[in-house]
Write a protein that binds this ligand. Structure first.
Ligand code: ADP
Ligand code: SF4
Length: 686
């Protein structure tokens, strides 16, 4: 197969100041929480994208000075020359494939707490520090401003010595000092850096000019700027000051990297921004105001959408963070005419959640993400089979599909048996829920790979019992039989079944997704805290029901804070008229009435009338077949339960589990020995 000529335009070189990218595929800066704590993993993570054809690969935010450091979050660090060798690992890896390496110099100011350095954070004016931290930042004086300019210049020179080709000045995501200077919300100064927009933009202009003077002869200088905060007149707007800033600085940077702010808007999930190119309405004007190349993002995974952006003059370079995480080989696949092999990002933000958890990156679609150095996993390569023995995979949800596909890639003879008429398991059902249609990509990618493999036989509508499996006499059996939602209320809050449920008809998410009738007044009890509670509520409102959503947690869908969705979910449910009750647990139920007790005061009890009760608390692994087989364990070389049938979790965890089982088949490793490499802190420089 070869490239479709329609996509040739994506492979044209683009000059960016003094450097030239070989194509228009541009991995914009994105965090992965490997960074300064795991530099080998960081380099390997970026390397695979260079290998996969991205013309430009950037770092995550890189701290330039200890007075703005992100502990406990792990990003990049370039405080002094001691940090340079870490960065060399990455730039060498990127250059090996003829790609350019970009670095995002970051001074986060009042977005940081400086938990490590304990230096008082600085900001344009005295004021708050991000989040609910009980600390404040101090206003920068003239010396601080001079220092900040100097730190940028020193960091830029170091970045050049570390081998970077593109050096960023950063004013986006509501996380950067330069954006804070632009915003009257943070900048209430009365000197030449505050007041008028010309004054508020001064520091950006100075730092861009300083950095260009310092390294601009050999390195491109990019400005990452959020043109709109999506807060209407309360924030910077593309049609007002956002536009004016572009006009004022138009020709100063070599590259404009434009987006919307804050991070939850820039990295919006598919649930809230379902369309590719969703930032175009805000960023499209930029190209008309500068002759410099423009890069922007919008969860681009389709080559046609990318071409359209270029041809319509919206962007010069196709920016991607999440699409490059889900498929580091996206450019090479387009180049090779392998469009159907692209593993499209589903916009779930599990990758983002890991960063918010200060934990290394993972991805729902790409289980090798973050494992490139640690486990020596590659997204497109896997070790060959060690025998010609057959493998049976039971269940074709995310875990079973990934496992069967990778075993097939290894060259094993695979039987994949699925009880249902369709492959996909939970993602089939969940993708029918409001806002989750992209989850079906988890199935589609794997199914399309599996049907091309003559060594994988798929048996749909085939529910296997332990006896059936024993009869098949296959040496390796991997059970991926999923899980079922509990009906009895046992979950995080309740260790034992809730009183009174025997006489009540309780619906679980499985029932609802199977089309069970929901009556008019719906009570949803959410002790799961991820997306199902709120999507069930949305579904019920779409059907014209009156919905009350109750949770023992202090926030609705609290885990979605990590995926940057919590506020959006609350706002949406509020708009839909859902009554939301937090900090209350379901105490007891009788037909049509539930008693809710305050989690802090047993004397405060609320009664709620309902016609249907949807219980979302926890799941039971469907592992009966596996347990029956365990009695005959000695008949098998491999007998495993994976995915939700081992322990119910996220779709990402199921895919990973399937991948791990496929990789490990035939090896002597068991699951409890450390199967991965660790990075040890260097002791050389005390
Ligand atoms: P996971 O997320 O771990 O992949 P899912 O619940 O999405 O789990 O998928 C499990 C799949 O296993 C479902 O499609 C279900 O129909 C299938 N399954 C369950 N039990 C059997 C069985 N005994 N034989 C074949 N398929 C089964
Ligand atoms: Fe996309 Fe989800 Fe993977 Fe992030 S975790 S890259 S949002 S599929």
């Amino acid at each position: 197969m070869s490239r479709d000529p329609r996509y040739d335009i994506l492979f044209e070189p683009v000059q960016i100041g003094p450097v030239t990218t070989k194509n228009r595929f541009y991995q914009v800066p994105h965090c992965n929480t490997l960074g300064h704590a795991r530099p080998r993993a960081e380099a390997a993570n970026r390397r695979v994208k260079a290998e996969g054809g991205w013309g430009v690969i950037c770092t995550q935010e890189v701290e330039i000075h200890p007075s703005s450091e992100l502990t406990p979050y792990v990003e990049g660090r370039l405080w002094d020359d001691l940090d340079i060798p870490q960065h060399r690992l990455m730039t060498d890896a990127v250059h090996e494939f003829g790609s350019l390496a970009g670095i995002e110099l970051a001074y986060n100011a009042s977005h940081t707490m400086n938990h490590y350095s304990r230096i008082v954070p600085m900001a344009p004016s005295d004021g708050i520090v991000h989040g609910n931290q009980p600390i404040q930042a101090r206003a920068m004086n003239r010396r601080d401003i001079k220092n900040l300019r100097l730190w940028h210049v020193e960091a830029a020179k170091r970045a050049r010595r570390a081998g970077y080709d593109i050096i960023y000045v950063y004013a986006a995501h509501d996380m950067s000092i330069l954006q804070h200077f632009l915003k009257p919300h943070y900048n209430r100064r009365s000197d030449e850096y505050g007041g008028s927009l010309e004054n508020r933009v001064r520091l950006s202009r100075e730092i861009l000019t300083d950095v260009k003077e310092a390294v601009g002869d050999t390195c491109a200088v990019a400005f990452r700027f959020a043109v709109d905060e999506l807060r209407g007149p309360d924030g910077l707007q593309a049609e007002c000051e956002g536009r004016d800033v572009i006009g004022m600085l138009a020709e100063i940077p070599d590259l404009w990297d434009v987006n919307v702010s804050d991070w939850s808007n820039d990295s919006a999930t598919a649930r809230f921004e379902p369309n590719e190119g969703f930032q175009e309405p805000y960023t499209a004007f930029v190209k008309s105001m500068t002759t410099k190349p423009v890069v922007g993002v919008g969860r681009f995974t389709s080559a046609d959408a990318m071409v359209s952006q270029i041809k319509r003059g919206v962007l010069d370079l196709i920016g991607a963070a999440r699409p490059s995480i889900a498929d580091p080989y996206l450019p090479n696949k387009i180049d090779a005419g392998r469009i159907d092999d692209i593993r499209e990002c589903i916009g779930c933000n599990i990758c983002v959640a890991q960063d918010n958890l200060a934990a290394p990156i993972r991805c729902t679609q790409n289980p090798t993400q973050g494992e490139e150095w640690k486990r020596d996993w590659h997204p497109e390569k896997i070790q060959p089979a060690t025998s010609d023995e057959q493998v049976l995979v039971v269940g074709a949800g995310p875990a079973g599909l990934e496992c069967a596909m990778q075993l097939g890639n290894r060259g094993y003879e695979v039987m994949l048996a699925e009880a249902g008429e369709e492959l996909g398991g939970r993602v089939n059902r969940e993708s029918q829920l409001p806002g989750l249609s992209s989850y079906v990509r988890v199935r589609d990618y794997r199914e399309s790979q599996i049907v091309q493999k003559p060594n994988i036989q798929v048996y749909k509508d085939n529910r296997l019992s332990a006896e059936d499996i024993l009869e098949l006499d296959i040496p390796h059996v991997i059970c991926a039989t999923g899980s079922s939602w509990r009906r009895d209320g046992v979950g995080k809050y309740h260790a034992f079944p809730i009183e009174g449920l025997d006489g009540v008809s309780v619906l679980t998410p499985d029932d609802v997704m199977a089309g069970a009738e929901i009556k008019q007044r719906v009570l949803i009890y959410d002790d799961d805290h991820y997306y199902l509670g709120s999507t069930m509520a949305e579904l019920c409102t779409q059907q014209g029901k009156q919905v009350c959503l109750v949770t023992p947690d202090s926030l609705i869908s609290s885990w979605t804070e990590y995926t940057l969705e919590q506020e959006k979910i609350h706002a949406r449910l509020s708009t839909l008229g859902v009554e939301m009750i937090t900090l209350h647990a379901l105490q007891s139920v009788s037909p049509e009435q539930a008693s809710m007790v305050s989690v802090y005061d047993a004397n405060q009890v609320r009664k709620i009338e309902f016609d249907s009760l949807i219980m979302i608390t926890s799941r039971t692994p469907d592992n009966a077949v596996y347990h029956d087989l365990l009695a005959h364990e000695n008949k098998f070389k491999t007998l495993l339960a994976i995915g939700d049938s081992e322990a119910p979790s996220t779709v990402a965890a199921a895919v990973f589990s399937g991948h791990l089982a496929a990789r490990n088949l035939g090896s002597d490793e068991d699951f409890y020995t450390p199967l991965f490499r660790r990075e040890m802190p260097g002791l050389a420089n005390g």
